[in-house]
Ligand binder design. Structure first.
Ligand code: PHE
Length: 343
C-alpha cells in the first residue's frame, strides 16, 4: 500500500499541466470518481484495522497534494480562461479608443506656435482677478460699463471699486502683470479662459477663450502691429489672406482698431458667413495707451508698444466652420470626434 501511494505521488508530481486539456486529463486521472486517488481509498477497506489510521492520513495527504496542484494550475491558467494552450502572439490586439484634442485646444496651440516663431513667449495669469489688473491699470474709468454687474461676474463687490474681485473679462490682465514684472523689450502672448455675464446662445457664452498679445520696445509703431497681424492672418488662414483695419475704441489702446480678414470661405465673393461683405472680424488691437504703460511702471517716453486680442472660439469657428458656440462646451462626442487626426 505504501508503495502504491508513493508511486501515485511521484506520478502526479511529474504530470505536466500545460494546457486546459491536460488539466482536465489530470483531474480525471487522479481526482475523478474513477481516478487513482479514489481507487486507493477503496483499497483502504482491505487494510487491517490497526493500520487504517496511518494509511488514512497518508491518503488524505495525497489527495490534498493532488487537489493543490489542480488549484494552482487552474489559477495560473485563469488569465486565458484555461482554454488557450499559451499566449497567442498572433491574436489581433484590442483596439484602444483614442481621444482627440479639443478643437479649441488645437487652435490655441496653432496660434501659440505662429507667435512663437516670431519670438513671442507665453504668459499666464489668474482667472480670478482684482480690479487693478482687469480694469484700473488698463485705463478703464470707474464708471465704465464693463464694471457693471451686467457684463462682469463679481466675486467680491467691495464698497470701493479697488476692492472688487471678479472673474477676468479678458486676458489683458495678464499683460498688466507681465508689464509690472518684466522690463522691455516684452513680446508675449497670453492665452486663457475669460468670463462675461452674457446669456448663452449660439453666438455668445458666459465664458470663452482668448489669446492676447503684447509687444513693447523702443520705436514700436503701428506699422509693426499691422505687419505682425498680417503675418498671423496668412499663417492661420493661408498665404492669400488679406487684412483690413477699421478704427475702433478700447480704453487701453490709442489709436485702436478692429481687424478683419478676407473671407476664406467664399474668397471674399460674399457668403452668409461674411454676411456678403467679403470680410470677417477676428480681433481688436491698438497702440498701448501711454497711461497703461505708466500704470505698470514703464516709461512711456522711451517705450511704445502694441497689443491685440482675439477669441479662440472665433478663429476655430472660421477654421472649422462651427456655427454654434455652445458646441465647444457641450462635450458631445459626435462633435469632438470630428477633430480626431486622420478622420
Ligand atoms: N481686451 C480686448 C477684449 O477683450 C481685446 C484687445 C486686446 C483689444 C488688446 C485691443 C488690444 O475685447
Amino acid at each position: 500500500m505504501k508503495e502504491k501511494i508513493n508511486k501515485i505521488r511521484e506520478e502526479l508530481e511529474e504530470f505536466k499541466i500545460t494546457s486546459g486539456e491536460k488539466l482536465e486529463e489530470y483531474r480525471i486521472k487522479f481526482l475523478g470518481s474513477k481516478g487513482k486517488v479514489k481507487a486507493l481509498f477503496s483499497d483502504l477497506k482491505s487494510i487491517p484495522a490497526e493500520n487504517k489510521k496511518e494509511f488514512g492520513q497518508l491518503l488524505n495527504g495525497l489527495r490534498q497534494l493532488a487537489q493543490d496542484k489542480l488549484d494552482s494550475a487552474k489559477e495560473s491558467m485563469s488569465g486565458n480562461n484555461g482554454k488557450n494552450d499559451q499566449l497567442d502572439l498572433s491574436r489581433p490586439g484590442d483596439q484602444i479608443p483614442i481621444g482627440s484634442r479639443h478643437p479649441l485646444s488645437l487652435v490655441r496651440s496653432e496660434i501659440i506656435e505662429i507667435f512663437n516663431r516670431i519670438g513671442y513667449t507665453v504668459s499666464e495669469g489668474p482667472e480670478i482677478e482684482d480690479d487693478w489688473h482687469n480694469f484700473s491699470a488698463l485705463n478703464f474709468p470707474p464708471e465704465h460699463p464693463a464694471r457693471d454687474m451686467q457684463d462682469t461676474f463679481f466675486i467680491a463687490k467691495g464698497d470701493k471699486v479697488e476692492e472688487q474681485i471678479s472673474l477676468r473679462t479678458h486676458t489683458s490682465s495678464v499683460q498688466v502683470r507681465v508689464m509690472e514684472n518684466e522690463k522691455p523689450p516684452i513680446r508675449t502672448i497670453s492665452p486663457g479662459r475669460v468670463y462675461r455675464n452674457e446669456a448663452i446662445s449660439a453666438r455668445a457664452h458666459c465664458f470663452f477663450h482668448q489669446v492676447e498679445g503684447l509687444y513693447i520696445d523702443k520705436d514700436v509703431s503701428f506699422a509693426d502691429l499691422k505687419q505682425t497681424l498680417l503675418y498671423f492672418a496668412k499663417e492661420m488662414f493661408g498665404e492669400n489672406t488679406q487684412i483690413r483695419l477699421r478704427p475702433s475704441y478700447f480704453p487701453f489702446t490709442e489709436p485702436s482698431a478692429e481687424v478683419d480678414v478676407s473671407c476664406t470661405i467664399c474668397n471674399s465673393e460674399g457668403c452668409n458667413v461674411c454676411k456678403y461683405t467679403g470680410w470677417l472680424e477676428i480681433l481688436g488691437c491698438g497702440m498701448v495707451d501711454p497711461n497703461v504703460l505708466e500704470s505698470s511702471g514703464i516709461d512711456s517716453k522711451t517705450y511704445s508698444g502694441f497689443a491685440f486680442g482675439m477669441g479662440i472660439e472665433r478663429i476655430a469657428q472660421l477654421k472649422y466652420r462651427v456655427n454654434d458656440l455652445r458646441l465647444y462646451s457641450e462635450n458631445d462626442i459626435r462633435f469632438l470626434k470630428q477633430f480626431t487626426p486622420g478622420m
